[in-house]
Ligand binder design. Sequence first.
Ligand code: XMP
Length: 514
Amino acid sequence: MNQEKVIVLDFGGQYNQLVARRVRECSVYCEIYSYRIDIEQIKAMNPKGIILTGGPNSCYQEDSPTYGKELFELGIPVLGLCYGAQLMMHILGGNVKCAPVREYGKTEVFVNPKTQLFEDITPKTVCWMSHNDYIESVAPGFEITAHTADCPVAAAENEKNKLYAIQFHPEVLHTEEGTKMIFNFVRKICGCSGSWRMDSFVEDSIRSIRDKVGDGKVLCALSGGVDSSVAAVLLSKAVGNQLTCVFVDHGLLRKNEGDEVEAVFGVNGAYELNFIRVNAQERFYQKLKGITEPEEKRKMIGEEFIRVFEEEAKKIGAVDFLVQGTIYPDVVESGLGGESAVIKSHHNVGGLPDCVDFKEIVEPLRNLFKDEVRKAGLELGIPEHLVFRQPFPGPGLGIRIIGEVTAEKVRIVQDADAIYREEIVNVGLDKSIGQYFAALTNMRSVGVMGDERTYDYAVALRAVNTVDFMTAEAAEVPFAVLQKVMGRIINEVNGVNRVVYDLTSKPPGTIEFE
Ligand code: XMP
């Protein structure tokens, strides 16, 4: 991509992706690289600015992540954040030490608003601090531009050489004017024009997909989730009927979901593409008979999915390109982008490439964050209910039914879940809760309905607040809402006589039940 960009050098900080997101919020394209990247590679990219992230180490210790001095001599503006700030000082001749008072949390910082970095910032502003080390003295040529009660150097700069160091974390939302500071750096100091927008992304992508694909045949596994839907629509806009989308309905989708996907992408939908829906429900239920162990279920569903897809792909024959809905966090987390290699444990279509006869992979969303994928989706005119879909696991309801999966249990959990989701939307909580759904426990218990004794299943309701889905807290759904959902499920869903609310956080629980 030949456009102006800022690069983030990742020193292992937990907020590396946040830094890149904030830069992009300023309409500037940004990529994350490990601090191990070679200086020649940086020069070849010709970035408009470089940001060094925080990190867990002490820069004065041997073996801590570092960089050569030449990074600061490229004539490119550099902004160091926390560890990045300390490292800049350390390398350029300042002094960094273990702080007598560790600063953590929201802190009042006194900044010099006459500087370009803090232009339009309130002189006393709340920032997010998290550091053990501190800059005791700045490097030659630097001036102190901010301090706190405990920290003499909360920010410093060498304006002539365009080098800036900030001890706190402007990328974290607790830093009230942080985005403005990042805007000042990338737009004013680095001089980026701010041309990174989703409409231009969509236009550029369509053009580059056309160049790449030519008159080739393209195959896409469509799940109905946000990423594969946006990828499919981009491809459809670029190459129309050269694209075939295969949608495998494994019978473990939410209520009416298969029909909803078909309504959007099928023959009566809005897009030019070949849509194949494979109704494999019975086949999956047969395979799942008698399987109760969670991992075995997951494995079976994944394998069967690939088998079904493979059969369809064989009917289509050789294709030139296979579409994958990879997004930027997948790239970074698989260790290709930044420094923190968190390997994803859930792969929905893992193994798919092996079963298709294709020449090349197309990953049109590879550079986007999730919220940008959503923006691109809206830009492309994809219906909001698809664009703002909550995460849904690849194995679907199979892992929300504890114990053996049967068609009857799928019906129960689909109906209960639909009621729960409807009521959450009715009270306007759908945008604020990270993920919410109903699961079917394997517990049956005695109840009484009318004058009759019942012996039916218990449905568990789950709702969590989460930022990254790695940790989560149970959401405080108002009791009146839970009561209403309980009443409706018991009255409307045959086979259920008890409803419980799951209070478990993650850890020790997981978000899903299996
Ligand atoms: P857990 O249950 O591990 O879930 O706390 C974290 C997030 O991942 C989703 N999830 C999956 N997503 N394939 C997926 O694509 C899977 O096999 C899978 N299992 C869990 C889950 O819905 C939650 O958002």
